[in-house]
Design a protein around this ligand. Structure first.
Ligand SMILES: Cc1cc2nc3c(=O)[nH]c(=O)nc-3n(C[C@H](O)[C@H](O)[C@H](O)COP(=O)(O)OP(=O)(O)OC[C@H]3O[C@@H](n4cnc5c(N)ncnc54)[C@H](O)[C@@H]3O)c2cc1C
Ligand code: FES
Length: 259
């Protein structure tokens, strides 16, 4: 069930360098929110910018009826989002898109690059309920970008950070950490979200070690509902076939998409 509606903002707080968590009350859609889906929001009370911005479901509390979004300020829309305060109303279209397929009773590896960790948090909560053991690898430039570290430690059985400046955890690329330190024999399934260059290495690692998994793609979006073809992307297996990231994704199996 996807709706366009205005929801009450409960909080909008900084959690790291240019990183914010915005929580809003959306009791009528939480029940249908699945990990990997996104909401398409109008970032301010004006119609400038005109287009909605897609943001993943970071955390969903079905009992409280709340949705949290983790967002990084990168341009006009996300900058405007920072000025929303409690008592404002957020214009939301969603939830949208294909969600992650959940596995049960598995050793699961989550690999998040920067703010790409966002959809993996709600995913981790759901996987734990499915009796999975969750290891979370999270790579950022520095410790100021290791947002909500306490929360990430709480949701994962093992939380393994990597920073480029070595301020916390492994020093270097998260993908080097994966290739050097993670024993493929201990992993049954992988989910990843972040820069495509990172997800490409993760997908290769999975393929070489015969591990199944899924990734979540980010693409420029206009309508968000499959109407404008603004987010078309080539499929891997059939050269002429294209998919719409907003509707057929953003989640795809590793072997489905050209990355
Ligand atoms: C399905 C999906 C889920 C997303 N989830 C999150 C999330 O949970 N948290 C979050 O912080 N961001 C997320 N994004 C990215 C977010 O939508 C963009 O950062 C946002 O729309 C930028 O808006 P802006 O007006 O601030 O920036 P703009 O002024 O539009 O652009 C600023 C800069 O960001 C780049 N940019 C803008 N949009 C994208 C995009 N979609 N992909 C790659 N680069 C882009 C532009 O090239 C430019 O360099 C997601 C995107 C998609 C498609
Ligand atoms: S954003 Fe319009 S079709 Fe995907």
């Amino acid at each position: 069930m996807s709706l366009v509606e205005k929801y009450l903002v409960l909080e909008n707080k900084p959690v790291g360098e240019d990183l914010f968590v915005l929580k809003f009350l959306a009791s009528n859609i939480v029940a249908s929110c699945e990990p990997g889906q996104f909401v398409h929001i109008i970032p301010s009370n004006t119609r400038d910018p005109l287009l909605r911005r897609p943001i993943s479901l970071y955390d969903v509390d079905k009992k409280a009826g709340t949705i949290s979004l983790l967002y990084k300020v990168v341009g006009k829309g996300t900058k405007l989002m920072t000025s929303l305060t409690n008592d404002d109303y957020l214009d939301v279209l969603g939830p949208l898109g294909r969600s992650f397929s959940l596995v049960s009773n598995k050793n699961v590896l989550l690999v998040g690059g920067g703010v790409g960790v966002a959809p993996l948090v709600y995913l981790a909560r759901r996987l734990i309920k499915m009796n999975c053991t969750v290891t979370l690898l999270h790579g950022t430039e520095n410790s100021q970008q290791l947002l909500e570290e306490a929360k990430l430690r709480e949701i994962a059985f093992k939380y393994l950070p990597a920073t480029m400046d070595g301020s916390i955890g492994y020093q270097g690329y998260i993908t080097d950490y994966l290739l050097r330190e993670i024993k493929s024999s201990e992993i049954d399934h992988i989910y990843t979200c972040g820069p495509e260059v990172m997800m490409s290495v993760v997908a290769d690692y999975a393929e070489k070690n015969n591990i199944s998994g899924q990734l979540s793609l980010e693409e420029y979006m206009a309508c968000g509902v499959g109407a404008c073809l603004g987010c078309a992307r080539k499929l891997r297996s059939a050269d002429e076939a294209y998919v719409k990231i907003c509707q057929d994704g953003p989640v795809f199996d590793f072997n489905e998409i050209e990355i």
